[in-house]
Write a protein that binds this ligand. Structure first.
Ligand code: GRF
Length: 193
């Protein structure tokens, strides 16, 4: 019926990136957020999505006790809602190779708060700050089955020196939100995958 790009957001926690994506989509005519998938029933992202009238799909560990069943359900949601892209936004679980191969090729992306391959995994902002790096940055990348190892789409530096941890962290998150929402505009113009 329309040429809109339909995205699903996977998130496990706070959800500031998810909120930025939803707000950008709602202000545009070219992207629609089909929902937020979360593996954490206590995640703040559920409230953020609800406030913006976006559905959350909670993958209940009691109903889906292992990763295979959880991912089957996630794929079912993606198919039911005719999703074109999956955006990971603080989704704290690795996706299996089977899940990635079952979804559209090169259509799962992640935002990560470091200049990968530096500081993969958790606490990347804190670790860079503790190392007193001159700058760190943000990476947008395709998702493979590794930990933050997929092909890099874009990176931007964020200065660190002379900032407090809070200032640095705020700048990093601001850069994440900018880069992720700009990617929605890039998608609208057509990205080669
Ligand atoms: C962000 O730093 C993101 O890059 C990382 O997890 C964090 C999630 O933050 N993957 P939020 O939940 O989007 O606020």
């Amino acid at each position: 019926m329309s040429d809109q790009i339909r995205i699903l957001i996977f998130a496990s926690g706070n959800g500031s990136n998810a909120e930025a994506l939803i707000r950008k989509a709602q202000a545009s005519s070219f992207v629609q957020v089909a929902g937020v998938v979360t593996n954490n029933s206590q995640a703040q992202v559920i409230q953020r999505a609800s406030d913006l009238k976006v559905a959350s799909f909670i993958i209940d560990q009691k109903i889906f006790p292992d990763q295979k069943l959880q991912e089957q359900e996630m794929l079912r949601i993606a198919k039911t809602h005719q999703v074109d892209w999956i955006f990971l936004a603080g989704y704290m679980k690795l996706l299996s190779k089977n899940f990635i191969q079952s979804f559209l090729k090169n259509r799962i992306v992640n935002i990560h708060p470091s200049l990968l391959p530096q500081y993969p995994g958790t606490k990347s902002i804190e670790r860079a700050y503790q190392d007193q790096v001159e700058f760190s940055g943000v990476t947008l990348h395709y998702v493979d089955e590794g930990m933050d190892t997929g092909k890099i789409i874009r990176q931007e530096k964020v200065p660190c020196r002379g900032l407090s941890m809070e200032e640095f962290s705020a700048k990093m998150h601001q850069q994440e939100h900018e880069m992720y929402t700009e990617f929605l505009e890039i998608l609208d113009r057509g990205v080669s995958t």
